[in-house]
Design a protein around this ligand. Sequence first.
Ligand SMILES: [Zn+2]
Length: 171
Amino acid sequence: MALSLYRIQGFLFRGFLYSSGKKWQYSCRASNYLRLTMRACPCGKIAAKRALPYERCCGRYVEDFDLTPAPDAESLMRSRYTAYVLERVPYLLATWHPDTRPQSLDDLAPVKWLGLNIKSIVPPEPADPNTAWVEFVARSRVNGRGERLHERSRFVKQEGRWFYIDGKIFD
Ligand SMILES: [Zn+2]
């Protein structure tokens, strides 16, 4: 997702780091993980009319991005949205193309993510098998105000892995 996204998300993550010791942070993550595996994936993907659980959807990639990279642009798009919801900064950085990747995502502001709607997917074409596009709307609440991010993201494949590289934001 775009640079603007992580900017508006900012302070929550920083506050979290400053106000908590490492130990607490890790134990919190472990219990969060157990809770997460049981519930519907934040990306909202439906299969056979049922919400997919996190562990069978984006969790496969977010929890193990070294060995299990997202296999296509849509999966990467969804898993990056999920990583924003769960504040998985290492995953966001690892799946961001080195050419456009920010140095850090320390500026995340308090955002409550409300849902993702994939509007269209342009899969790779034979002439350019390493580029794909995903257009989406991500809804959120920032300081009590509803926000809507409408973006067409570009993804590129390099050495067998898909990366987010940039996107066009619609008003
Ligand atoms: Zn998902």
